[in-house]
Structure formats: structure tokens, C-alpha cells
Design a protein. Structure first.
Ligand SMILES: C[S@@+](CC[C@H](N)C(=O)[O-])C[C@H]1O[C@@H](n2cnc3c(N)ncnc32)[C@H](O)[C@@H]1O
Length: 230
């Protein structure tokens, strides 16, 4: 359970994703975009305003309604679902299925919706080593592999069936002047006993505090595939 309480808490993940994709839309002259697992309007609104045609696919009913309430076109379905036209950019940002056996069909269906000379972009935490991973390694006194590395390798293997992959990473920051915000956030993704919780407190103090601010870094792998003319 994530308990973030302080007003000083900041997480710039959406700003970083929005910045990266907005720049991509501009530099590659993207005019149509399909955003699979769009989530909130925090990113979708900016994307919609940057392209001639934008469509969100969102399986969560409440999120879909909230997107619609700010005039964002949305299909309230679980992808893969029927979508007619093709798109210059198909984005899967933190919406790859958890079950790796679903990867091939999911990616194939998304790839089929990319127009010639268009792009498929996947943004994922799979395969990253960042503050959370390093904190976990230190607490459990073992050098851990990158996060969900097996799934990441499988994902890469499948994407390479479709074309030459371009790899990038982007980094977002969670920060607060209140240590409990970061402590609770880390604990929401780790199972710790009492002793390990004490260790986490001291690790945050020693390595993740600069002056009065506690900061942890989240890396996101960005995988880009271009569809070339046949
Ligand atoms: C972690 S959020 C990411 C939101 C946004 N794309 C971002 O990167 O900030 C994942 C979103 O994808 C939606 N989602 C996950 N799998 C989906 C699927 N197969 N079809 C449609 N929506 C999906 C979830 O409901 C959720 O809103």
C-alpha cells in the first residue's frame, strides 16, 4: 500500500515521460498517435494537443471516463482490441502485460497498428537497475540482477523479431524533505522485517539525502522500433 502524505513529496515520472514523448513527436514529425494504457490526462492531454489525431486505449473504466471528461478520445477496452486505422506512433508506456506469455501477441497486435515509417515505443521498468534495486540489494545483502530481467530479455527477444531496436533510458526522481514519504514509497515495493526496515532508514539517511532532501532515482527503459517500407 502506498502512503504518501507530505506536501513536500514530488514524483516527476509523468513530466519526464511527457517530455521525452513530446520531443519525439516533434523531432520525428509524428501526426497520429495511439496511446495504449494511457492512464491519466497528465500525459494524454499534452500528446493529444501535439498531434493531428490521438486515441487513448484504457481498460480502467474510471480512468477512461476521466480522460473523456477532458475531451480525450478513448476506447474503454483491454488491448488487444479492434482498432481500425494505423498510427505513426503506437505507445505502450508502462502498460506491457505482466504475464510474459502474453508479450508476443500483445506486441504483434500493437506492431500491426503502426503505419509505414511509423514507430512503436515501449517504456518499462523491466530490466532497470536504479535506486530501488540498489536499496534492495543493500538491505538483503546480495547483488540483485536488474528488475524483472528475465521478462526484459523475453521482451527484447520478441521485439527483435520485428526490426532493429533502439535503446534509451530516461530517469525520473521521487523526492521529499520528509523522509517518511520516501521510506513509505520504497516499502510499498519491498517486503521487509523490522530489522530490514531499520536498515532502510539508515540507508536513506546515508545515501539518499542531499542537504534536507531525500531523493531516489527511477530508471525507465525506452525501446523504439521503426517500421520501414517493404
Ligand atoms: C502504470 S499506468 C501507465 C499510464 C501512462 N501510460 C504512463 O506511462 O504514465 C498503466 C495504465 O495502463 C492501463 N492498461 C494496462 N494494460 C492495459 C491493456 N491491456 N489495455 C488497456 N489499458 C491497459 C492501466 O489501466 C493503467 O491505466
Amino acid at each position: 500500500m502506498k502512503v504518501i502524505v507530505s506536501e513536500n513529496y514530488r514524483n516527476n515520472q509523468k513530466v519526464i515521460i511527457k517530455g521525452f514523448i513530446s520531443k519525439f513527436l516533434e523531432t520525428k514529425n509524428i501526426d497520429t498517435m495511439l496511446d495504449i494504457g494511457a492512464g491519466s490526462s497528465a500525459t494524454a492531454l499534452a500528446f493529444k494537443e501535439s498531434v493531428r489525431s490521438y486515441l487513448a486505449v484504457e481498460k480502467d473504466k474510471r480512468k477512461a471516463e476521466s480522460l473523456r471528461s477532458v475531451d480525450i478520445p478513448v476506447i474503454n477496452k483491454t488491448f488487444p482490441c479492434s482498432i481500425k486505422k494505423k498510427w505513426t506512433l503506437v505507445l505502450l508506456s508502462h502498460s506491457i502485460p505482466e504475464n510474459k506469455h502474453k508479450y508476443h501477441n500483445f506486441i504483434k497486435q500493437a506492431w500491426d497498428l503502426v503505419s509505414e515509417n511509423g514507430y512503436l515505443i515501449i517504456i518499462t521498468f523491466k530490466g532497470v537497475t536504479d535506486s530501488l534495486r540498489n536499496i534492495k540489494s543493500e538491505i538483503f545483502e546480495t547483488k540483485l540482477q536488474a528488475f524483472e530481467n528475465e521478462k526484459y530479455i523475453e521482451l527484447i527477444k520478441i521485439l527483435e523479431l520485428f526490426g532493429k531496436l533502439q535503446y534509451k533510458t530516461i530517469t525520473s526522481i521521487e523526492s521529499s524533505t520528509c523522509k517518511n514519504d520516501i521510506y513509505n514509497s520504497v516499502l510499498s515495493s519491498l517486503k521487509c522485517n523490522k530489522k530490514q526496515k531499520c536498515k532502510l532508514t539508515s540507508i536513506l539517511e546515508k545515501r539518499y539525502r542531499t542537504n534536507l532532501t531525500y531523493k531516489i532515482y527511477h530508471k525507465h527503459n525506452v525501446l523504439i522500433l521503426k517500421k520501414h517500407n517493404n
